[in-house]
Design a protein around this ligand. Structure first.
Ligand code: NAG
Ligand code: NAG
Ligand code: NAG
Length: 474
């Protein structure tokens, strides 16, 4: 769908690059207990695997309460246990959750998901603890890293934690690519944290808005430069297939062509256009061999109806009611579509990394160039060494203006600081820009929920979920 919103806040996530050789794994220091018996998913070449079988994401985005209210559906067993039977009925193997409370316990819900054969794709950010695309330097600070590392601690021990998103739609327009070095730095830091804490190699990567001017450049950027800064996967929020449509009409043929040499696993972190009548014909298309050489499935946006027309069920208290025929259409699309035989055309070698995109009218990462990244903010080193400690949860005071933002460029090798890139860029105007961005974000959300979802066709196609993180920022 098209949303002409210029919000400034975003979410971040990370992944482990398959190109990075496994570091010596030390004794796990996971604080969470392991649940269920689902095998941990691994990456080879450009695909996910469960043991020796290719793993395709058959998923749905799970955001009960919507983007405007930060609730953790996995902290409350009465919530997740109400919905898991429906996930099973749909034949899902993955859910995506956009916000969790890193001070809560998730054993019961993660165990119940594992029992149902379901993995979790988790956004690492919360509305209060996330990058601010309007002021990324200021918001990339130790308080922020402590929160996202605490979330890693909370979920690393579950074998059905499939992956972490280091960010979601932080780049949401042609002109917000200056946030890219920060997203990539967060990805790097999460990978380093996972490694130094001795966790298994849980994949970390970015979930990109479908912005035509920079979506592919962003993909290249997440797969260029030093190994420890390269994402483990790349995910796209894609709403181009609006029934009735086809592989070529939706532009999926072009997408596959464009990404044919991309060496990381790819999938749709959101899909499910609602223009015309949804029949989920694209779900069937997603698991055909013309897609599966390059893509590994996707997640429908979204499970519950939250006011914008994308839900397939409505929820009232403990009652879940399918909306129209969407639930059964998705169920039968998934059930009638088997995975391709063999490995579905995936590349089995790790492939070569991309060149970092050259700067252009559509790709500005100033004040950085090439593969230079911001240094890990000083004050965060202790977390790598000793763990993040207790997370702030959803009610903490937030990180975006908490100070200590990174103002230096990293040297070769992860995260260490060498040179300043411009004094004072993180200070001075920060509070003004933060409050301006917040106003814009809140306004955008209202405008969309009042019916502002337009038709597909513009160059900038931004999904809905980025609004979460914006609305309740302060
Ligand atoms: C990006 O462009 C939009 C629309 O032209 C404008 O409103 C916004 O201020 C710009 N943002 C930045 C960070 O330049
Ligand atoms: C993929 O790589 C081949 C061989 O290097 C090259 O000829 C082709 O143009 C590349 N395709 C894309 C879409 O980059
Ligand atoms: C479809 O449902 C049947 C009956 O529950 C099940 O045995 C089969 O594995 C399902 N097929 C797919 C592709 O999910």
């Amino acid at each position: 769908m098209t949303l002409l919103c210029a919000t400034l806040l975003g979410l971040a996530a990370t992944a482990l690059a398959t190109k990075l050789e496994a570091r010596a794994s030390s004794t796990s220091s996971a604080t969470a207990t392991s649940s269920g018996s689902l095998p941990a998913i691994t990456i080879t070449g450009n695909a996910f695997y469960s043991g020796s079988d290719r793993f395709y994401i058959r998923g749905i985005d799970y955001q009960p309460g919507g983007s405007s209210s930060p609730v953790d559906p996995l902290a409350d067993y009465s919530t997740c246990s109400r919905d898991i039977p429906y996930f099973k009925q749909l034949g899902l193997n993955t859910i995506r959750v956009y916000t969790v409370d890193n001070s809560a316990n998730h054993d019961q819900c993660m165990g119940a998901l594992a029992d149902a054969g379901i993995y979790l794709a988790l956004d690492i950010n919360t509305p209060k603890y996330s990058l601010n695309r309007g002021d990324p330097s200021q918001s990339y600070n130790p308080t922020y890293l402590q929160s996202i590392f605490a979330t890693v601690d909370a979920f690393a021990g579950y074998s059905n934690t499939l992956l972490f998103f280091s960010g979601n739609e932080v780049i949401n327009a042609q002109n917000t690519t200056t946030a890219a070095p920060y997203i990539k730095a967060v990805t790097r830091d999460m990978k380093q944290y996972i490694s130094e804490r001795g966790y298994r190699k849980i994949p970390v990567g970015y979930s990109a808005a479908d912005v035509s001017q920079n979506q592919y450049s962003t993909a290249q950027y997440m797969d260029c430069g030093e190994a420890q800064t390269i994402s483990d996967f790349y995910a796209i929020n894609n709403y181009e297939w609006c029934d009735p449509s086809s592989f070529s009409q939706a532009g999926w043929d072009t997408l596959v062509q464009q990404y044919s040499n991309y060496s990381l696993p790819l999938f749709f972190s959101e899909y499910g256009c609602i223009t015309n009548t949804r029949t989920f014909a694209e779900t069937t298309a997603l698991y055909q061999t013309d897609m599966t050489a390059v893509f590994s499935g996707g997640l429908v946006y979204q499970y519950s109806e939250e006011g914008a027309g994308y839900g397939i069920v409505s929820i009232s208290g403990n009652t879940v009611t399918p909306i129209g025929s969407q639930f059964s259409d998705l169920q039968s699309a998934l059930n009638s579509t088997s995975n391709p035989s063999g490995n579905g055309g995936a590349q089995t070698s790790s492939g070569s990394e991309q060149s970092c995109p050259a700067s252009s009218a559509d790709w500005s990462i100033s004040p950085f160039t090439g593969n230079a990244l911001p240094a890990t903010p000083s004050g965060a080193e202790q977390y790598f060494k000793s763990g993040a400690g207790t997370g702030p949860g959803l009610t903490g005071s937030g990180s975006q203006n908490s100070g200590g933002g990174s103002t230096v460029t990293a040297s070769a090798g992860a995260g260490s600081a060498t040179a300043t890139y411009g004094s004072g860029s993180a200070s001075g105007t920060s509070s003004a820009s933060a409050s301006a961005s917040h106003t814009g974000a809140a306004w955008s959300l209202k405008s969309r929920e009042a019916g502002g979802v337009g038709a597909v066709g513009f160059g900038v196609v931004v999904g809905l979920s980025f609004l979460f993180g914006a609305a309740l920022m302060y």
